[in-house]
Design a protein around this ligand. Structure first.
Ligand code: PEP
Ligand code: MG
Length: 373
């Protein structure tokens, strides 16, 4: 077994030597980040902050979403701030010196709201018994107002940040305060704040303005010399097609190929077991599910267009991918071809992505004399 491990390390070193793209991991917790680093990840390409609010903390986000006065909302945000600061401190520590991309909250709302059917039944039963409960009724009215038929196409991502005042500012403050502490402890946090589900540059700019203000405050309060980038996910066709405008103010793009596949094909990413899907595979309409391997002609073409438009407007724009495709060998070759700087995938896929990124660059070099850069 020892010989085998040595051989694997030797192969990985060869692959790493010929690799142009770097490989990061998608990780939301300190242990995941540490494991990813052991697998050779060169940073975090995606920290999904909504995962930090599952379990016990779920109710805090629910209370925030349902807060009906400014003071109630501010109270919830103040409670969340120190929790988030601790979360981010752990990530910066585990990935010291390497880039950490933290995505602002992007949950489909229904994951955090009480179930509307259950709530309706509870209210109806209480009323029938002649014991109406004020609290449940108010909650039902609030949930009803936010209820959507298609939550994945609804109040998610940047929309949530624009609708709930102070939410993204709180998260950005937590990120930057954690980074400032790291700097003061002699560490090197490389902060990248990422805005999800952007479709129009105006959405991005509005959030970025708030982040810049928060950063100015945190710098003044802590005296820490803080560096950070603000960038966006490209996961809607409209964002890909207007990438030149978005690149005016976004300092990096990360392609969210899960949502981009969903919105380009119009297939629900949560129903890939749907009956028609296997029918499509059998008929050869596609060889492999487009959620598994990049569809070069559609989703991939949007990636290529966005990369070109973005770099035309902002030469040197940093480009990566953090959808599932970032760990798929075929797709890794495609991302190398269109000139992305990095792929990000789950920690366990990092070695495969390193290997494929090395092979992709070697093949490209053999084909057209391209140097690795
Ligand atoms: C994506 O859409 O590809 C992505 C990385 O974000 P999420 O899967 O969290 O929607
Ligand atoms: Mg997404």
């Amino acid at each position: 077994a020892g010989e085998l491990v040595k051989a694997v390390h030797r192969i990985m070193r060869v692959a790493d030597g010929g690799r142009r793209m770097s490989v990061r991991a998608n990780a939301d917790t300190e242990p995941d980040a540490a494991r990813a680093r052991q697998f050779g990840a060169q940073g975090i390409g995606l920290c999904r902050t909504e995962h930090m609010f599952l379990g016990d903390r779920r109710s805090l986000v629910e209370a925030l979403i349902l807060a009906d006065t400014d003071s109630e909302r501010e109270r919830q945000l103040a409670e969340l701030l120190p929790l988030q600061r601790e979360d981010f401190k752990g990530l910066f520590e585990a990935m010291d010196g390497l880039p950490v991309t933290i995505r602002l909250l992007d949950p489909p709302l229904h994951e955090f709201l009480p179930d509307i059917t259950e709530l309706s039944v509870r209210v109806a039963v209480a009323e029938a018994r002649g014991e109406p409960r004020e609290g449940d009724l108010r909650m039902l009215q609030a949930v009803h107002k936010l209820h959507e038929q298609n939550p994945m196409l609804g109040l998610r991502g940047v929309r949530l940040g624009l609708v709930i005042p102070g939410l993204f500012a709180m998260q950005s403050r937590a990120i930057l305060e954690a980074a400032a502490e790291r700097v003061q402890a002699g560490g090197v946090p490389r902060v990248e704040i990422m805005v999800p589900l952007v479709g129009a540059v105006q959405e991005f700019e509005s959030v970025k303005d708030d982040i810049v203000k928060v950063a100015r405050d945190v710098r003044a309060e802590t005296g820490a010399h803080l560096e950070y980038l603000v960038g966006t996910m490209i996961e809607l066709p409209r964002a890909a097609l207007t990438a030149d405008q978005i690149a005016e103010s976004a300092e990096f793009f990360s392609f969210g190929t899960n949502d981009l596949t969903q919105t380009t094909w119009g297939f629900s990413r949560d129903d890939v077991e749907a009956a028609f899907f296997s029918h499509y595979l059998e008929k050869g309409i596609f060889g492999v599910s487009p959620f598994e391997s990049i569809d070069r002609e559609g989703v991939g073409e949007l990636v290529r267009i966005a990369a070109e438009k973005g770099r035309e407007r902002r030469p040197g724009l940093k480009l990566g991918v953090c959808g599932e495709h970032g760990g798929d060998p075929e797709s890794v070759h495609f991302f190398d071809e269109v000139g992305l700087d990095y792929v990000s995938c789950s920690p366990f896929r990092v070695p495969v992505a390193r290997l494929e990124a090395g092979r992709a660059n070697a093949q490209a070099g053999a084909g057209n004399g391209r140097d690795s850069r």
